[in-house]
Design a protein around this ligand. Sequence first.
Ligand SMILES: Nc1nc2c(ncn2[C@@H]2O[C@H](COP(=O)(O)OP(=O)(O)O)[C@@H](O)[C@H]2O)c(=O)[nH]1
Ligand SMILES: [Mg+2]
Length: 301
Amino acid sequence: MRRHRLDEDVRRGPAPSPRVSVVIPTWNEARNLPHVFALLPDDLHEVIVVDGRSVDGTVEVARALRSDVQIVLQNRKGKGNAMACGFAAATGDIIVMLDADGSADPREIPRFVDVLLAGADFAKGSRFTNGGGSADITRTRAWGNRWLNRTANLLFGTRYTDLCYGYNAFWTHCTPWLRLDATERSSSERLWGDGFEIETIINTRVAKAKLRIVEVPSFEFERIHGQSNLNTWRDGFRVVRALVVERVNRVGTDVEPRRQPLPPAEVPEAVPAPWDGESIPMPAASAAAISLAAPVQAQSA
Ligand SMILES: Nc1nc2c(ncn2[C@@H]2O[C@H](COP(=O)(O)OP(=O)(O)O)[C@@H](O)[C@H]2O)c(=O)[nH]1
Ligand SMILES: [Mg+2]
């Protein structure tokens, strides 16, 4: 099996002023995009909207809001496929994953970038670490996420506090470790990894690849308009399946694993959430951001 050599990229290290690509999956988010776009930082390299055949004018609204927006039409169904297509289209040094429903605050992007600049490969947003929180997650989902998170930590030797969260950032040169499939197949089909299991797949593959992962406290706001597309039980089951499949398969381990741990990354101060409503109380978490380097021994291919 072919082994990718990524050491070169890793040795090259972070660019002093990285070009940041923001990848935004959209499925009928026309009413939410004005809010999200208004809060995006000024100095972005590109904004990529990956649309899932929206019927509410999402693409037109995105173009009207930002003439330089890149529109990518996903080639299959599901959020996971949208992310794979967006990552494949990104040309910046850093990719930021940002939901379009107003739940992820674009003003937190610099916090993720700072963590990457300080030495992390993967900046993993967490609602359940000190400084994080959520006004969006239901009690059932918070309970499910807690148990799934514990299971992931047992299976992969990680110290994650929030397995199923979609706000993350990573160096673009780490994309091969994710092994996501953005190739054109049947557009009516949903392949493994195309659905909401995407975050679990990414989080377990970066752990298997021994990437340096640092959690970033993040506050999740309530979706502004519309309803979540996630089905708690059906998609929860897909996450369970993803944990089992990713534990036993060798995906990600045929890529050269990160061997040299980097010095501890500087962790930025948690920014108090501007939202002043009531949020679901979160379990006290350990540190504001936790280094999760070298969690498992990657198997050789
Ligand atoms: N392109 C695309 N985006 C999707 C799809 N499903 C969800 N999204 C987007 O992914 C983000 C998160 O979805 P959401 O329904 O809010 O799920 P939740 O945050 O887990 O409750 C939003 O920006 C959605 O518009 C899909 O099938 N295709
Ligand atoms: Mg949402």
